[in-house]
Write a protein that binds this ligand. Structure first.
Ligand code: ZN
Length: 66
């Protein structure tokens, strides 16, 4: 992971540095138990495709798939 990575934030409307939120695995484990396993695919998705968080506005950066 490159901490100096720049991404375009649609909220700030500029290139910003970003970071990845640490994944609270125990929370996802709890959610998986509560939803009888329905949460599991989301947990896996978050683990393998972490969302970038804008360092300036703290909003998740969603990259448009071209
Ligand atoms: Zn931003």
């Amino acid at each position: 992971m490159n901490p100096a990575e720049k991404k375009y934030c649609h909220k700030c409307k500029k290139e910003v540095s970003c970071h990845f939120d640490p994944i609270a695995h125990w929370e996802h484990l709890l959610a998986t138990i509560i939803t009888c396993g329905l949460w599991l695919p989301i947990w896996i998705g978050i683990t393998f495709y972490p969302t970038s968080i804008c360092d300036e506005c703290k909003e998740p950066i969603y990259e448009k798939v071209k």
